[in-house]
Write a protein that binds this ligand. Sequence first.
Ligand SMILES: Nc1nc2c([nH]c(=O)n2[C@H]2C[C@H](O)[C@@H](COP(=O)(O)OP(=O)(O)OP(=O)(O)O)O2)c(=O)[nH]1
Length: 136
Amino acid sequence: MNDKKLLLVAACALIDADNRVLVAERPAGKSLAGLWEFPGGKVEPGETPEATLIRELTEELGIATKAACLAPLTFASYEYERFHLLMPLYVCRRFEGIPQPLEGQRLKWVRAAALRDLPMPPADAPLIPFLQDLLG
Ligand SMILES: Nc1nc2c([nH]c(=O)n2[C@H]2C[C@H](O)[C@@H](COP(=O)(O)OP(=O)(O)OP(=O)(O)O)O2)c(=O)[nH]1
């Protein structure tokens, strides 16, 4: 029996018209600082993962989307030292607005194939082939 806390985080691969994926750099001072991640965050009590993403995408990037525009792709299950991360990854192609770095984070649009060369949290590595299969 493992008594480590299970942490549920919802993440989203935003896809632009050119089939690129948005990644955000985790700011200094946070855990995993300097690594590139998919936008998202912790699912708060009473929230669905879709509601979390709609909230986080607005707070972090200033864009609006709907649950119907969030398609489940795959998930990460990864043992960090302090918790076990369970992270569904959604894809979203339909959103309103242009993503802005509202929390001072650096943002970039990258090809799925280029994700392999980015420093990302270790939990994210198994997600990349799914995005490559989807986006080429
Ligand atoms: N949003 C997001 N989080 C990720 C990814 N990969 C990954 O391991 N994580 C982890 C980092 C954090 O521990 C957690 C997300 O927490 P958060 O973004 O809501 O909160 P936070 O940075 O303030 O967390 P923390 O400093 O307390 O660790 O999930 C990813 O691709 N996207």
